[in-house]
Design a protein around this ligand. Structure first.
Ligand code: SF4
Length: 772
């Protein structure tokens, strides 16, 4: 990424580099920066220009992991740009385009400036400014009143994409006595669950040593590109490894692939089951591994006979012959690895898709072997020095608490999972509307927008209207802020000097880059101060943020200030080589349930899952149709002949944020829907025309992106559009029908639209597209 001689990124250069598949800076040179321990630069180092300072900190432009290391460029007290931090073992000096828009995001006219109290009707958008003390007092009084009247479980907190402060949200709920932490149900927990109950842990791809990498339902170029994913693929390619990309549209990674499998959205389970049929039927499996380390292979042999490639072809839209050849290629190229992505978590067959993929990896002998799918988590490569202490209150989780979940994300026998007990967003919304099993009375939404990120925006808005008390916590205005009773304006991560962040073997203190632009506190300060007002001070370091940080850093033998004195943090050195074939240990490791019994009761890969069977779920993976699809509801094809899905990763935006940032909005100015040239032509649609997409459940409007790299029976749009961009005079969009919110198009029938095990929601429906 080019900067001018002051270190700033020019607009012209930004656009040029962002357009170059959104990751130009990622490819800048070979990532050979040495992994070093504490850097020696001063905390605020002079840059080339004498007027400027470079302040080491973290990028704050995406989640869920703590962020790439940056040097913030500050001139006259103002953030003017960022540079990648070479000393960071996470991004090694690389950045993605979003990082370069940091200053525009921080100085956006959409920033909240002071706490607000609603004075108009819900949705009217009339607020008055109040002080922080008033805001905290009002929230504490309401929570105390509701706790006394309805019990602590009347409070739910909606989880943002996982961030460091997520632990404090859990901590507050557990101190309060509520289990109702709301996961989105379309994020990483769904895969983690199915992997854990099949393999004992989520695998990591050993792509550095592989001969074949399957990139399945994943966008490795736009999603966290600076963190190394795309470089790994490029290196593998250079080494001569084969790449198979499985996804409905031709994204930039497909250009690197030897084989593209253009599967219909949401049909990954059918494809994986058919691959199992080939691998098992043609005996392409590792007999020794199957015999020694799997449970239930014999029933699988019978079970997958019906899932022939010919059965899967009309469901997946992939030729039976291509399914056969991909299955054979995968099973006969050793070693091979499968990287799954978030695409899996947007289908009611999510759990069985991941189970089938896990079984493919296991029976082909690719589990925990060099170049395959490694088990045991990133801790295996650790080293001396210890890890920061967790800041949750896991010891307070009891069965009684778990049983109070208003809308379990996973069925109760499987709670709690890794983070703790969890409800699912949309199920919480339903409980407000139906009052079953009881009504949630207060929802706190930190850094999240439930009507844009989740299904059924009409029901979300209805629930927010009905809800007793709604608190929004954010940096800028949010989509549903007008329904809030209290709005809390938190500082951006460039305006605070905490927390420290820890990724892998790297731990670094966050430094304040600029003085806060408004009456802000941090998310951390908000939760600690609210907890003290609620009488939970004992569990919240008696209100001391310094104590909070220092307690977590104790295992590293450092205080926060000692860590801060090392500007680029510490990197724990001497990583051990990965230990392979840890089957006995990983397969018998305890689960996160309260009984701590292993995920895998037989101490082997659970091909036939007796735990699921015991609780009334399929012991073997099966196919579950989306609520609407060509094979599930052929009767709808006359009116709605096309498959629709939305994707959540773009080259410049993080989820449903940042449409208000001019640099980013210039790259993607309008909500678009990808449509094949033949499909567009048949409807008289030209590139750039506004079109109406109509499903059995609602409508949305997008600009047509006529694109030959998509299946002709499928149209796909980027999710998350609602925000205007004042500087560019680009409009915002209504949340409900007629706007650009893809969530209006999907079924909200929880029986059909959700995976029964992991509450993954459908992102598939049938639509018609016409010129607007
Ligand atoms: S991936 Fe991009 S937006 Fe995310 S932390 Fe790294 S540079 Fe920032």
């Amino acid at each position: 990424m080019h900067h001018d001689d002051t270190g700033q990124l020019s607009r012209r250069r930004f656009l040029k580099s962002a357009a170059a598949i959104g990751a130009a800076s990622v490819f800048a040179g070979k990532a050979t920066a040495a992994l070093s321990s504490a850097g020696a630069a001063p905390t605020a180092a002079p840059s080339n220009s004498s007027k400027e300072k470079l302040i080491p900190t973290f990028c704050a432009m995406c989640g869920p992991s703590p962020g790439c290391g940056i040097y913030a460029i500050v001139r006259d007290g103002k953030l003017v740009g960022v540079k990648g931090m070479k000393e960071s073992p996470l991004n090694r000096g690389k950045l993605c385009p979003k990082a370069h828009a940091s200053a525009q995001w921080v100085y956006s006219p959409d920033r909240l400036t002071t706490p607000l109290r609603r004075i108009g009707a819900k949705g009217e958008g009339k607020f008055e400014p109040i002080t922080w003390d008033q805001a905290l007092d009002i929230i504490a009084a309401k929570l105390k009143e509701q706790k006394a009247k309805y019990g602590p479980e009347s409070l739910a907190i909606l989880s943002p994409a996982h961030r460091t402060y997520s632990a404090y949200l859990y901590r507050f709920l557990l101190a309060h006595g509520s289990p109702n932490y709301g996961h989105s149900g379309i994020c990483a927990m769904q895969r983690a669950f199915a992997y854990s109950y099949t393999l004992g842990s989520s695998p990591r791809s050993d792509i550095g040593k592989t001969k074949l990498a399957v990139i399945w339902g994943k966008q490795p170029i736009y999603a966290g590109a600076s963190k190394g994913g795309i470089k790994d693929i490029l290196d593998a390619k250079e080494r001569g490894a084969k790449i198979v990309a499985i996804k409905p549209t031709m994204e930039p990674d497909v250009a690197l692939a030897d084989v593209w499998v253009p599967v219909r959205p949401g049909t990954d389970a059918a494809l994986a089951l058919a691959m199992l049929n080939v691998v098992v039927g043609e005996k392409l499996y590792d007999e020794k591994f199957v015999r020694e380390w799997t449970y239930g292979f014999e029933p699988l042999v019978e079970h997958v006979k019906k899932y022939t490639p010919e059965w899967a072809a009309p469901i997946t839209g992939v030729d039976a012959e291509q399914i056969r050849s991909v299955a054979r290629l995968y099973a006969t190229t050793k070693p091979a690895t499968i990287q799954t992505g978030n695409g899996f978590e947007h289908a009611p067959g999510c759990a069985d898709a991941i189970r089938a993929v896990s079984i493919l990896s296991a029976i082909t002998g690719n589990l925990d072997r060099p170049g395959g799918d490694l088990l045991g988590g990133p801790g295996e490569g650790g080293g001396p020095g210890g890890r920061p202490r967790a800041s949750d209150l896991r010891g307070k989780i009891t069965q009684e608490l778990v049983n109070k979940l208003v809308a379990p994300e996973f069925p109760l026998p499987f709670q709690p999972m890794q983070e703790g007990p969890s409800s699912a967003y949309y199920r919480i919304i339903e409980s407000v509307l139906t009052e079953k099993p009881y009504p949630v009375r207060t929802i706190i939404a930190p850094g999240t927008q439930p009507s844009v990120t989740n299904r059924g925006p009409k029901n979300v808005i209805a629930a927010l209207k009905k809800l007793d008390f709604y608190v929004v916590i954010d940096v800028t205005r949010t989509a549903e802020m007008d329904y809030a009773d209290i709005v809390i304006p938190v500082a951006s991560m460039y305006e605070i000097d905490h927390p420290f962040e820890s990724t892998g073997n790297w731990t670094m203190a966050r430094n304040k880059v600029i003085e806060p632009l408004g009456a802000y506190k941090s998310d951390y300060e908000f939760w600690i101060e609210l907890a003290v007002r609620m009488g939970y001070g004992k569990d919240f370091w008696n209100g001391s943020l310094a104590e909070c940080m220092n307690e977590q850093l104790k295992p590293l033998g450092l205080t926060m200030e000692e860590l801060r004195a090392k500007p680029t943090g510490i990197v724990r050195t001497e990583p051990r080589l990965p230990v392979y074939e840890k089957y006995a240990r990983v397969f018998s490791a305890p689960s996160t349930r309260l009984d701590r019994a292993p995920y895998l009761p037989q101490g082997k890969v659970a091909i036939y899952n007796t735990t699921f069977e015991k609780h009334g779920f399929n012991p073997l993976p099966e196919w579950k149709e989306p609520p609407e699809s060509p094979t599930a509801t052929p009767e709808l094809l006359d009116r709605f002949p096309l498959v629709f899905s939305d994707f959540h990763t773009s080259k410049v935006f993080t989820a449903s944020w940042q449409r208000n940032v001019p640099y980013l909005r210039e790259v993607l100015p309008d909500p678009t829907v990808q449509i094949h040239p033949d499909t567009a032509k048949a409807r008289g649609i030209a590139h750039g025309d506004w079109v109406v997409v109509e499903s059995p459940h609602g409508t949305a409007k997008f600009k047509a992106e006529v694109y030959p790299g998509i299946r002709s029976d499928t149209v796909m749009a980027l999710h998350g559009w609602w925000q205007a961009c004042a500087e560019l005079k680009r409009p915002g969009f209504p949340l409900l029908d007629g706007g650009a919110n893809a969530n209006n198009l999907y079924s909200t029938d929880l029986k059909k639209a959700c995976d029964p095990l992991v509450t993954a929601y459908t992102s598939q429906t049938l639509v018609q597209v016409r010129k607007a």
